[in-house]
Design a protein around this ligand. Sequence first.
Ligand SMILES: Cc1cc2nc3c(=O)[nH]c(=O)nc-3n(C[C@H](O)[C@H](O)[C@H](O)COP(=O)(O)OP(=O)(O)OC[C@H]3O[C@@H](n4cnc5c(N)ncnc54)[C@H](O)[C@@H]3O)c2cc1C
Length: 404
Amino acid sequence: MPRVAIIGGGPAGLIAAERLVAVDGQKVLIFDAMPSPGRKFLMAGKGGMNITHSEPLADFVGRYGSRQAVIGPLLERFGPQQLREWIHGLGIETFVGTSGRVFPTEMKAAPLLRAWLHRLRERGAQFHVRRRWLGWADDGALCFATPDGETRIAVDATILALGGGSWAKLGSDGAWVPLLAARGIPVAPLKPANCGFDVAWSAHFSERYAGQPVKPVVASVADRRQQGEFNITSGGIEGGLVYALSAPLRDILETTGYATLHLDLAPDRMRTRLATDLARPRGRDSLANHLRRRAGIEGVKAGLLRELLPPETLTAPDALAAAIKHLPLPVVATRPLDEAISTAGGVAFAALDENLMLRDLPGVFCAGEMLDWEAPTGGYLLTACFATGRAAGAGAQTWLASTG
Ligand SMILES: Cc1cc2nc3c(=O)[nH]c(=O)nc-3n(C[C@H](O)[C@H](O)[C@H](O)COP(=O)(O)OP(=O)(O)OC[C@H]3O[C@@H](n4cnc5c(N)ncnc54)[C@H](O)[C@@H]3O)c2cc1C
């Protein structure tokens, strides 16, 4: 009986398994280094699991930027709509939020994962946890570290779905990179995506404002501009708006060594009007009161102006209005990869055929976040993991049929 190993029990590996257990007469073995599968998937469900997005497919595909040509065809086979239908098939309903984002009705991942693992086991998938893949033996067998020592398993096809390099405590530690690189597989360096940034705040600002949201605000970097909110941390910035702009900010930082996010702290007000209002006599008003009354700026926004502008600008209405509309916030570094929501970089698509099989390692397929793509939050991460996992499962099936 042909044996398929799926290494990595996250959404990409599990959906690949689902495709393979549907075929009679083959053994599907799922290995994971952790004591249970799907730990990061469960984490993704903590704050409300945004599983996909309801926007038109062409817009959806556009979110994958320079990788849309490779991810697009996979999404056409198993995209947002098929994913929703698949979830419904597990007895879990979904709803579309006001932003167009799609969530399971209960917002959580746990009921979905429970039903899914149950169905996979019922269909014959065998789970082997606490099995850390270490690479290949000389005879091609898969090597695993287990609590009882090292073990080797020979299989007919392998799907690697090992995840990215963030949240190592949930299993996705990127330790697979040297294993593939040693076999000559091109792997783009793993980098933080949807990540926070370090800012050199003064001790005073950090103590006073860490944990506070900045909203509403428009942030821009290069030609990207977006409205939303973000949070001040003790050493930097994080949150939705920062994550959305993190890819260009990270890339500029990497290329030039410095990068600046520009903030419009008063998105609803024109600069000229702000300048006129701020030029009105201040009388005995403090600067804080003047800013609040004339520009609607207070709290953390006022704190940002004091932190980032020279004192003379704070008293020059024209310059202050210009700064409120385009305040430069220099960032000094990305937060470490392990803290990021997702990972950019990974196995190069050029190393894979259209079935996601490694051209130089026939019978070995790759799927999920370990591939070299990135996308913003909004359900795009999970949807691409499902689409690539599904494609790798189908590819392995075709491979087994052709070699068996
Ligand atoms: C806090 C947080 C919130 C998120 N929220 C969302 C969201 O709302 N929507 C969204 O679309 N995405 C979200 N994501 C991203 C999403 O969770 C990931 O993109 C997705 O889980 C990646 O799936 P994967 O199957 O490729 O890898 P993973 O889910 O990372 O699974 C990889 C598996 O491989 C195993 N593994 C790794 N190395 C080995 C080895 N050597 N041997 C054996 N097993 C190994 C790991 O233990 C793990 O179980 C979130 C992520 C985080 C951290």
